[in-house]
Every structure is written in structure tokens, then in C-alpha cells.
Ligand binder design. Sequence first.
Ligand code: ZN
Ligand code: ZN
Length: 216
Amino acid sequence: MKPKFCPACGKETDVLFNGLCESCFGKKNKLAEIPEKIKIKVCSDCGKIEGARIRKFDEKEVEKIIMKNIKTNGKIKDIKITERNDIVKIEVSGLMEGKIEKKEILETKIMIKKRLCEVCGKVRGGYYEAVLQIRSGDKKKIENSLNILKNIISKKGVITKIEQNKNGVDIYFTPKKILKYVLKSLPKTKEIKRSYTLVTKKDGRDLYRNTVLVRL
Ligand SMILES: [Zn+2]
Ligand SMILES: [Zn+2]
């Protein structure tokens, strides 16, 4: 076999990868890449990450976002976060071109931008999509269900306001699509009455506000 020479370093070699010796190919081609900075927008009111469906901003979600930002060009054998401060280090190892073993340390900076999400912005202006009216002669029952509801609604939505009155309590919240899930959290109900109010037209469609009266 005729010897080949690497045009970059002049080394004699049997195999060229993309016209380069193994060492030069490894230096020139990255197994994995990550942007220098990753910006994550988090709502300062509800903690939702912009663009994500989940509400809670936590370490696990940050890791998912980091992993999503990594671009790989080979067969990855192992990938792990080795340092997690403002600066994040990720160790990646794998194979390039089927036979070049590589291990790389990637580095990126996580930048958290706090700001109000669209829903919370509206809520601050008094917006709500649903009203839950809890009624009972038993004050204790109202108090108990209010605690349950506050917790369950804040998990998937945002509460605009809570109004106590002599018959019970009214909870104003968004979005209305969680109503079914919210109602399921109430233990025993004597009556559930639904009504709808036309609020406005949005893009030519009627927009309704849902009111649900629940007797305990
Ligand atoms: Zn070379
Ligand atoms: Zn929010």
C-alpha cells in the first residue's frame, strides 16, 4: 500500500479521515457542540419556563434544556454534566467516523431571564377565564376545599383573586381548561352548576368565561 500523507501535519498514515490524519481530524472536528450561552426565560410570577409546557422551573428542567442544546456529530457513548454552576461543564465521549475515540468537555453559561409570562401579565391586569363558586352552610368545609383548590389551581394555572362572601368563596382563575381537573380534586359535592358568559370576540371567535357553582 502506498503511504498517504496528512496535508495538515505531513504525517504518514494508512487511513485518512476526510483527507486528514486521525489526530488532525480530531482537532478539526468536534464530537459535540453547545452554544456559549443558553438563555432561559422564566416567569417571575408562576415560575413557568417560556416555551415549555411544564410550569415548574427546576434543576431537572434546566438539565433537559442543556441537553437539548447539544449538537453531536458522531456516535455518543456517554454524556454527563460534570459541573453545574452558572458555568456548566458537560463531558461527552463517543466515536467519530466509526473509529476515532473522542472525549470532550463542553462549556456553556446559563442565563436566567426573569419576566412575566403572557398569562401572568394578563392576570395582573385582572384577567380570568373561570370562576369557581364554592357554597356550603358549613364554614369548615369551605375552608378545607379552599385550601385544596388553591393548591391544585396554582399547580396548573394562575389565581387572579379570591373573594370571600357570606355564602362561601369565589375563586377567579386561568385557564378554564383545567376546570375538569380542578373539580375532580373536591371530595364530595351535592351540586355542580355550570354557566357561561360571553366576554368578547377573539379573532372572530366567541370567548366565554366559565362559572361553576359547587355546593358542598
Ligand atoms: Zn495530521
Ligand atoms: Zn407566569
